[in-house]
Design a protein around this ligand. Structure first.
Ligand code: SF4
Ligand code: SF4
Ligand code: SF4
Length: 167
């Protein structure tokens, strides 16, 4: 007999779990999880210590631990053919500022702007009494530096790699 409670739980889990952010220049999510041997060399190679063992033991990026410097070391130590070439963007990342942002609650905060080397975060008054952050996507490198410095964890970076289902 089909256990409906279990089936509904599994469906809910699938919908609510965002796809992992893989290593920069990962070509395809399906190829990655098929080809990665979970050797852990990329984790050891990352001097920023932002690569963790994620679901199923596969490596993923945790921007709450720091930023990616695009040093390419994780890709360099990997012995599997999981990556694109370095002449394309390392990630197709989506970035958004959630409603937890202090500025949206009329509290002065511009910490994220100070962390952004490419000056992709700009603050404007709009119709609020304190300046509100806005991310210029064309200028965002996807480094994640703004994520860990935000006191409210209000900045979310998510991946849209080939083969990733954003259900
Ligand atoms: S490119 Fe460098 S900083 Fe970025 S995840 Fe790989 S090893 Fe870490
Ligand atoms: S650091 Fe976080 S809370 Fe502060 S303005 Fe930026 S997004 Fe908002
Ligand atoms: S992820 Fe984008 S907005 Fe955030 S610090 Fe890096 S370049 Fe700036």
């Amino acid at each position: 007999m089909v256990d409906l409670r279990r089936r509904n739980f599994m469906r809910a889990k699938k919908v609510s779990t965002p796809p992992a952010v893989r290593l920069p220049w990962t070509a395809d999510e399906t190829l990655f999880t098929r080809g990665c041997t979970q050797c852990g060399k990329c984790e050891s190679a990352c001097e920023e210590n932002i690569i963790i063992k994620g679901d199923g033991g596969f490596p993923e990026i945790d921007f709450s631990l720091g930023e990616c410097t695009f040093c390419q070391k994780c890709v360099g130590v990997c012995e599997e053919p999981l990556f694109t070439t370095f002449d394309v963007a390392p990630w197709q990342l989506n970035i958004e500022i959630k409603s937890d942002c202090l500025a949206t609650k009329q509290v002065h905060c511009q910490i994220c702007q100070d962390s952004c080397e490419t000056e992709a975060i700009v603050f404007k008054y709009l119709q609020a009494s304190v300046p509100q952050p806005n991310i210029i996507l064309a200028d965002c490198s996807g480094c994640g530096a703004c994520v860990s410095v935000c006191p409210e964890s209000a900045i979310k970076l998510s991946t849209s790699l080939l083969g990733v289902q954003n259900e």
